[in-house]
Write a protein of this length. Structure first.
Length: 333
């Protein structure tokens, strides 16, 4: 079993943002993303990715035709890394939901309603909203996730190379441009996974296999009831953070920043967009996880529009995946 595992973290690639008629914009996208692949071809062997994570927004508004070029590019990416879809993990984002199918399904501010609707028994009502995303996952032969005994592409757990990945869907209630502070992860789903020993046991935080949670939206986009505890209801995000070592998210399209440590447990790494447009400082990261020493080292890259290439930014930094080690140290690459 490998004791050093490299995870390539991409997010927000937005295939379909350009219409078919915008041939120039499609060409500009191709230039940037092909340059990313070329950069990975030159990566030092010790940083070559073993696993690829894409934290949402594969397509654009959940439209079926947008996933074809996404499939082609992701297949090329896996090929140059000598990986297959078995080493790929994807969560859905707000642009992987078919908004035309959400008519009559409004937001809710009620934790009682949200918790009831997001029970595993009721997920079939949401699955049709992600038909194109689900079909894309099938076409690239993505392994199914498991939540308890249910198989899904939208939420669940997979074990890979000694790491545990919990894929969550923060896009259940995405409806348009007014999503902020109206979204729910799904507390009942986390509680079920915990009951089935699919999450981390808090008492064994420093000894159990390292667990990475993947969700498109960071905590700042969730309903207030998901990040604060009122009455007897659990703080959902704390519940997740206390039972994971790393949370990978996207959506905000910002620059690479140091992670926040949530509930003094999980490190939240929020990625910027891997492709927004040719003039944006698109970015991606590689996370080296040393499972024996429980240390994560991040190396980040940014696209420089002025010289049309991807450059490493800053020195790699160490993050300690233990309850009693919250310091951050800079190390030489």
């Amino acid at each position: 079993m490998k004791t050093e595992i490299n995870v390539l973290h991409l997010s927000d690639i937005h295939f379909g943002y350009e219409t078919k008629q915008e041939i120039t914009l499609i060409g500009q996208r191709k230039n940037v993303l092909n340059a990313l692949i070329d950069r990975l071809k030159q990566i030092e062997p010790k940083w070559k990715p073993d696993i690829v994570v894409i934290s949402g927004d594969i397509g654009w508004k959940g439209i079926t035709e947008n996933y074809k070029p996404a499939k082609e590019w992701i297949t090329s990416l896996l090929q140059i890394l000598n990986l297959s879809s078995r080493e790929l993990l994807i969560c859905p984002g707000n642009h992987d939901i078919d908004r035309n199918k959400t008519v009559g399904m409004d937001y809710t501010d009620s934790p009682t309603k949200a918790d009831s609707w997001l029970k595993i028994e009721n997920l079939e009502h949401f699955e049709r909203l992600f038909n194109s995303f689900n079909e894309f996952c099938r076409e690239i032969s993505l392994p199914l996730l498991k939540i308890a005994d249910k198989e899904s592409y939208l939420v669940g757990v997979r074990e890979l190379l000694g790491l545990r990945f919990v894929v969550l869907n923060s896009a259940w209630f995405c409806r348009g441009d007014e999503d902020k502070n109206k979204l729910w992860i799904g507390l009942p789903q986390l509680e079920l996974m915990n009951a089935k020993n699919q999450l981390l046991n808090e008492t064994n935080y420093d000894s159990e296999n390292i667990l990475l949670a993947i969700t498109h939206h960071p905590d700042s986009w969730l309903n207030d009831n998901e990040t604060n505890s009122y009455g007897g209801r659990t703080n959902t995000y704390n519940y997740l953070a206390e039972r994971s070592h790393i949370i990978l998210s996207g959506h905000v399209h910002g620059e690479i920043k140091r992670p926040n440590r949530m509930s003094n447990r999980a490190y939240l790494f929020t990625a910027g967009a891997t492709y927004a447009n040719k003039n944006y400082r698109n970015n991606f990261s590689i996370l080296k996880i040393e499972t024996k020493n429980r240390i994560l080292t991040r190396k980040s890259y940014e696209y420089n529009p002025s010289c049309t290439n991807w450059n490493e930014i800053s020195n790699p930094e160490n993050y300690y995946l233990r309850k009693d080690e919250s310091s951050i140290k800079s190390v030489n690459s």
